[in-house]
Design a protein around this ligand. Structure first.
Ligand code: AMP
Length: 208
């Protein structure tokens, strides 16, 4: 049995067609079914649909053999203990700084609200900017509006969320897409099954 951990939401939706090409179609719809482990049309593959930030943990500990997670989450987690053999090119977006529209560039030490504490720390350090990083778990856009932070570090896709909150994108930190990650022990123990799946995903991606 192969267990694949997939990030809930946007990544899961975009991974579905890719999984389907490999014959992996969940039998139940996680939106309507409360099961945490989803059987699929492939008897040897099951899915666990979990919070994005938990995917690297499940794969690292071997609770899942493979995982699908955003590069943002993998970098923040520190995924050196995982193999990352494939860029799936799904759920593409940008990790950016953003600030109140028209706000002047902050001088001196800045306050940054984000859930990406490690990434933000190393980004501002690499630019020689002193930053106090404030960890938030959601609604980052609120922070500059209420004076909690000078800017935020968050994912931007269409830019609509920023615009709706009177914020504007400032600097691109990196382009983000979802990656396939593999548990190192599983890569050895289940080599045949995992490499067959990798080849199938590679083929599908090449035809896109
Ligand atoms: P948008 O309004 O299209 O720029 O989307 C921004 C909002 O969606 C922010 O709250 C982001 O955290 C979230 N978001 C954008 N792209 C992704 C992605 N690929 N994966 C997860 N969340 C995303």
């Amino acid at each position: 049995m192969l267990t694949i951990a997939v990030s809930k939401g946007r990544i899961y939706e975009e991974a579905l067609p890719l999984l389907a090409e490999a014959g992996i179609v969940p039998i139940d719809d996680p939106k309507t079914c409360r099961k945490l482990i989803l059987a699929t049309t492939r008897e040897d593959v099951q899915l666990v649909i979990i919070r994005a930030t938990d995917v690297p943990t499940f794969v690292e500990y071997g609770a899942a053999d493979l995982g699908i997670a955003g590069k943002d989450v993998l970098l923040e987690h520190g995924a050196e203990s995982l193999y990352e053999p494939l860029d799936l090119n799904i759920a593409c977006c940008r990790l950016m700084t953003a600030a109140h529209k028209g706000a002047p560039e902050h001088q001196g030490r800045i306050r940054v609200a984000t859930k990406y504490v490690k990434i933000a720390q190393s980004y501002f350090a690499s630019k020689g900017i002193q930053a106090e990083i404030i960890k938030l778990y959601g609604s980052m856009e609120l922070a500059p509006l209420v004076g909690l932070a000078d800017c935020i570090v968050d994912l931007v896709d269409t830019g609509n969320t920023l615009k709706a909150n009177d914020l504007e994108p400032r600097e691109l930190i990196m382009n983000i897409s979802s990656r396939l990650v593999v548990n190192k022990a599983a890569m050895k123990m289940k080599h045949e099954a995992i490499s067959a799946l990798l080849i199938q995903f590679e083929k599908t991606l090449a035809n896109r």
